[in-house]
Every structure is written in C-alpha cells, then in structure tokens.
Design a binder for this molecule. Structure first.
Ligand code: GLC
Length: 443
C-alpha cells in the first residue's frame, strides 16, 4: 500500500516529545575500556579480532542503571536514549543474531533491558540508539568504505560480502528490539552517508516493520541523513522512512528549523558534556552547568529539544564531573522547569539580556545578565500584562513607571529592586501572564 503521511498521527506521536524538551543521551559499550571515545576502532584502525577481545574484559560491576536514571530525573530530564548497539557492533542486548553481546561478556547482563526497566520505573520516556553501521559484521563494506576501521587495507576487500545479508541482520536486530523489550518511545538510528541512505537500508520495509510493532514510537531523521542534512519531512515530501525530528549534532540551529514551506520543524540538538560521546578519560573539557542551562533555554526558545549526553566508564559509572553538572542543572530546573517543559518560541524579539520562552499566554523572560535599571519586557504592552512574578519564589515584581522610562512609554519595565546582583546568577526567570490572545502565537 503506498505510503501516506498523516499529519494527525505525526502530531499525536510527537506531542510528548515537544512537551518533554530535555533528555539524556547515553553512549556506552566496549569503547569505554580503551576510553578514547566511541570511534576508537575507526580512528585507530583496530582490527576486529583485536577489538573483539575487549568483550572478555567487559564487566562493569558498578553499573547501576537505577542510579543513572535517578541522575537523569534529578536533572529534570524527561526522556532518555541509550546505545543498544554503536558502530562497533557490540550489542548491549541479548540478540539471537550475534555472539558479540553483553550477555556473552563476563557481565552476563542485558543492559538494554535493565536500562528500559529503570527508566520506565521512574516515569521517564525511554528510547534506544541503534547504529545502521556495523564494523564487526563481515558483510558490511570494509575496504574503501568512508568510515570502516579497515577502509585503507586492500586485504579487507569486499569480494563475497553480501550487503543484503547484512541488511537482514540489521532488520532482524531492530525487530528484536521492537518485539522483546516492551513499548519503546523513541528510536535513534545513526547514520546515513554516501549512497547508504533511505532504501539502501531497505528503509520502507524497516519502518513498516517498526511502525507495525511500535505504532507510537518516534524516530530520528538519520535513515535519510546524518547530523548533516535535514530529511524528507523538512523538504515537505515525507518518505516512509522520514524522521519525526531533525537531529542537529553539537550545534543549536542559529534560527531554529523550518521546513521548505516555512513551517516549524520538530528538532533536537544532541550535545556532549565534554567533546566525546563515549567515555574518554583524557577529555576534561566539560561544559559548566550554567552554560548548559542557558543552552537548554536557547533550544526551547528556538522551538527545539536538548538531548544532553553522558558517557559512562568501563566500571559502569557516569563520570563524577558529569554527575556534578547534572546536579547543577537539576537545581535550576527544580525552581524553573516550567519555563522549559511544553514551552517554545515567544513570537517576540530576543532581548539582549537573555531569552524568552512561552507556553500559551504565559511568557518566561530568562535574564542571564542584569540591565541598568528595570528590565524591558520587549514585545508586551502595558494593557496586556496581567502579572509579573519571579518564577523561582512566586514573588510579585512591580512595573517601574519612574521618569527614567518616560521616553519609552510603550515598553513594560519590570523592577527587580535595588540589588544589581541577580538572585539567580545562572538564569533568573520572570513569569509574565498576559491577557488571553493578546500576543500572537509564534508560527
Ligand atoms: C555522531 C558520532 C556518533 C554519535 C552520534 C550522536 O554521528 O559519530 O558516534 O553516536 O554523533 O549524535
């Protein structure tokens, strides 16, 4: 039956996701042992046999998925996505189609099952990352491929490699994940490149199978593109394997994202805390919590989500610095989360002191830097403002009408009082309610 895109189904499927706004990405697997990032096999040209020996060392005895999920929840995250299998082909789940899996390692555990159970028990939406690439599989292109670890070695020619047999393997594993682990909220495929995109993955058959087993699941756009490119939904010609959201990577789209007809797109920026997805012992370039709070607000103010990554180590622990950052974000979210969840762009100009998010007739002015004198609430009229409150404590904030502002009668100036130091050094939020319908919604 020909594919027909249903806008109604699409909006129903993605409603929880645009409400959630903030999630945790987890990159974890054998690559935590070399501790040089998840691409170590490719960047260091490590042969399969040598890398495969790591499985016998994989015994993360300190892995407590409940603690991981507690950390995500305390940070204010509403959904979590973990690697079921990354490009190295090692499965964190008990696949019947390979021996290269965590249940065959000394750990003897199905970490995907533990992850999903721990997430669901804490009311978190849960999804799985699944690599379309598999550098372990003999039928995946080796010599001459763009990324394969043995791409430069003619001894790894592609004679006898049967890509259709590889696609059977890929589809069978996706079917296992969609069949054996309960309701999945999200599938995060990664990634298409060169000729390998769309139908080259048997995308239509794959998504028909996925949607038949998991009708409510949302899927990223990387059956068609990678972090580069947007996908067929953005081009207003959705394919059967269109992504439900665009997945910009290590960037927040400068102007948000719209499709070719100018309509807003659903998108999520995925961002690392340091500079690696998988655990990298030498990478201590962590983004501070205050910075990440502001980046989360930026995403929401532009109509997107933030999927913030952690890379647990080979012992199964989320690095201490990552935990401290998550705690710092959680302290802010505890008092200000309602200026993020279910919010989006305000439809008013970005103030130079911060950003604005909005949910219906409630605006949230995020003040990163204090102003000289009272705060101009750009885009709102005096006659439309019903109340101004400090979000964190609910306290009333008056409008300042002194002579200083007489040159700007059309602007509402919120008076934070005599102290030039903001009560929240990270992001002080004013909740401003306006008359219903007074300010045009963002489109
Ligand atoms: C890039 C990285 C991959 C990571 C993904 C997450 O594709 O190469 O390792 O899983 O980004 O977005």
């Amino acid at each position: 039956m020909p594919f027909v895109f249903s806008k109604e189904d699409y909006e129903r499927r993605t409603a929880w996701y645009t409400q959630a706004r903030f999630g945790m990405f987890i990159h974890w697997g054998l690559y935590a042992i070399p501790a040089r990032g998840e691409w170590v096999r490719s960047t260091e040209r490590i042969p399969s046999g040598e890398y495969g020996q790591l499985m016998q060392e994989f015994h993360p005895k300190h892995c407590d998925m409940g603690a991981w999920m507690d950390a995500a929840k305390a940070a204010g995250m509403k959904y979590v996505v973990m690697t079921a299998k990354h490009h190295d082909g090692f499965c964190l789940f008990d696949s019947a189609y390979t021996d290269f899996k965590s249940t065959n390692s000394p750990a003897g555990r199905d970490f995907v099952r533990e992850f999903l159970e721990a997430a669901r028990s804490r009311g978190l939406r849960a999804g799985l990352y699944f690599s379309l690439l598999d550098w372990r599989h003999p039928d995946y292109p080796h010599y001459g491929d763009l990324h394969h670890p043995m791409r430069d070695d003619p001894a790894y020619g592609n004679e006898g490699r049967d890509f259709n047999r590889y696609l059977d393997y890929l589809h069978n594993q996706v079917r296992e994940l969609c069949t054996n682990y309960g309701k999945l909220d999200l599938l995060w495929f990664d990634f298409s490149y060169g000729e390998l995109r769309g139908e080259a993955w048997r995308g239509t058959a794959l998504m028909e199978m996925v949607r038949s087993l998991q009708p409510d699941v949302i899927v990223d756009n990387r059956l068609e593109v990678s972090g580069e490119g947007f996908g067929s939904l953005a081009e207003c010609r959705p394919t059967p394997y269109h992504g439900d959201f665009v997945s910009p990577e290590q960037i927040i789209p400068p102007n948000g994202l719209r499709d070719t007809e100018g309509k807003p797109l659903v998108w999520e920026s995925c961002v690392t805390m340091n500079n690696h997805w998988g655990y990298c012992a030498g990478d201590n370039y962590f983004k501070p919590a205050p910075m990440l709070v502001k980046k989360l607000v930026e995403c929401v103010s532009k109509g997107g989500n933030l999927l913030l990554n952690v890379g647990p180590d080979a012992q199964g622990r989320i690095p201490g610095e990552s935990l401290r950052i998550l705690q710092g974000i959680g302290q802010w979210m505890e008092c200000n989360g309602e200026s993020v969840y279910g919010c989006g762009p305000s439809g008013t100009d970005k103030p130079d002191y911060g950003r604005v998010t909005r949910r219906g007739d409630t605006f949230y002015f995020h003040i990163f830097d204090n102003t000289i004198g009272a705060i101009p609430l750009m885009g709102l009229r005096h006659e439309d403002v019903l109340s101004i409150r400090r979000l964190a404590d609910g306290s009333e904030v008056p409008v300042n009408r002194s002579w200083i502002y007489n040159n700007y009668p059309e602007i509402v100036f919120a008076d934070l009082g005599p102290d030039p130091v903001l009560p929240d050094p990270v992001d002080m939020v004013l909740e401003v309610r306006v008359r219903p319908g007074a300010v045009a919604e963002w489109r």
